[in-house]
Write a protein that binds this ligand. Structure first.
Ligand SMILES: O=P(O)(O)O[C@H]1[C@H](O)[C@@H](O)[C@H](O)[C@H](O)[C@@H]1O
Ligand SMILES: [Mg+2]
Length: 277
């Protein structure tokens, strides 16, 4: 029921994004001049939350949505049934017409992710997974790759929207070290949700990033795990959805090899009190 609804809602969101992409896009900024947002991000989030509230009634479920949080709503994951939403993951891509843009909707109960749907709008691929029930792309089962040799892997990372020189230096130093292991290649689609689905389908072996938010990765987290992959913190500890750091990989051999090279830099937790952000 929850899954069907998430799927139905994601289809509505995708139609809206595709339609908006045909006319002129007015671009605004959030935390920095490269952290872009559009009216479509805001409208699509309202559509998603509105249709879920219509179904479940006001006050029964909680919502963590990228654009609501940007406008000051709390970003705290409690035990209550909670929807975690990125209406347009890959806003920069959307603005530029770079063809990877996804809607990401996840559902958690008691802080446990139960269901995730990532709809890659322009590729027309709907990825979905329910805890314990496998992962699918357009209803076909998907599975991570079985590569264990890092020298035969493709790794994805992103550089995010925080361009302070010391962070960018660490990001590129990490990428340089991984590239020179050597791996077959380094990639990045510009959307964390899509990157995680690429891990889930076996197109790449891993995706890691520091600075992502819970709404970028919540749905992808269910999809990667249900496709047989793993999630870890960038220091090798357990994955923490609110920590803004994550390694998703096909297996722990690949994950741990990458973790050896990651230069960690601080990123304020999603659920940090405002004065700590
Ligand atoms: O802000 P949106 O929803 O487009 O998402 C983000 C991406 O998902 C990141 O991987 C990516 O690194 C960027 O931070 C990007 O902002
Ligand atoms: Mg996002």
């Amino acid at each position: 029921m929850v899954g069907d609804l998430a799927e139905k809602t994601s289809v509505r969101a995708v139609l809206e994004i595709r339609k908006a992409g045909e006319s002129e896009i007015r671009v605004m900024t959030k935390s920095s001049t490269v952290d872009l947002v559009t009216k479509t991000d805001e409208r699509v989030e309202k559509i998603i939350i509105g249709s879920l509230i219509k179904e479940f009634g006001e006050g029964t479920h909680c919502f963590i949505g990228e654009e609501s949080v940007a406008k000051g709503e709390p970003c705290i994951l409690t035990d209550k049934p909670t929807w975690i939403i990125d209406p347009v993951d890959g806003t920069t891509n959307f603005v530029h017409g770079f063809p990877f843009v996804a809607v990401s909707i996840a559902f958690a109960v008691k802080k446990q992710l139960e269901f995730g749907v990532v709809y890659s709008c322009l590729e027309d691929k709907m990825y979905k997974a329910r805890r314990g029930k496998g992962a699918f792309c357009n209803d076909e089962p998907i599975q991570v790759s079985d590569v264990k040799d890092i020298n035969k892997s493709i790794i994805i990372s992103e550089h995010g929207t925080d361009r302070s020189p010391e962070k960018v230096k660490k990001i590129f130093s990490t990428m340089q070290k991984i590239l020179c292991i050597p791996v077959h290649g380094l990639r990045g689609s510009g959307t964390a949700a899509t990157n995680m689905c690429l891990v889930a389908t076996g197109a790449v072996e891993a995706f890691f990033e520091i600075g992502i938010h819970c709404w970028d990765i919540a749905a992808g987290a269910v999809i990667v795990q249900e496709a047989g992959g793993i999630l870890l913190d960038v220091d090798g500890g357990p994955f923490d959805l609110m920590s803004r750091r994550m390694v998703s990989a096909n297996n722990d051999v690949i994950a741990k090899r990458i973790i050896k090279e990651i230069e960690i830099f601080p990123a304020a937790r999603d659920d940090a009190t405002p004065e700590k952000k």
